[in-house]
Design a protein around this ligand. Sequence first.
Ligand SMILES: [Cu+2]
Length: 160
Amino acid sequence: MTTKLSTCRRGWVPLALRMVTIISLTGAHELSAQAAGVTVREAWVREAGAGRPTTAAFLVLENKGDAPRALVRGAASVGDTLELHEMKRDSGMMRMSPVTRIVVPAHGETALRPGGLHLMIFGLKAPLAVGDSVRITLTLDDGSTLQVMAPVRSMRGMMR
Ligand SMILES: [Cu+2]
């Protein structure tokens, strides 16, 4: 019994080490992708009272790289799904609709702000109050991911 267990453990140690190596290589890759390319700033999420199923997130994407990049999808810790949205004037009304990608030009930036491009979070699991923070994961068209902690703010505070 004891012999079998120790054999089992010996078998698992190299596998565990290999997994750690793979994880750290992936981590290094993501880190260099971020350093070479796109960063996020000014991220915030609109507060959402009890019973409200959706909210929106805003941020600025900055691309320090030589190639254009695009945001292609994302996820938020507080909701079921996240969509990329734009606001457009349609016969005198402002309407929002999903977009498949948000381009960030080389050596440029793209702002997601109220009234324009934004991230829409659906299926909120709990109300969001000022002072809370939301973890948002963004995936770019080169497969790299960015993580940002976005504070929750009131819409009124932003309009001042
Ligand atoms: Cu929207």
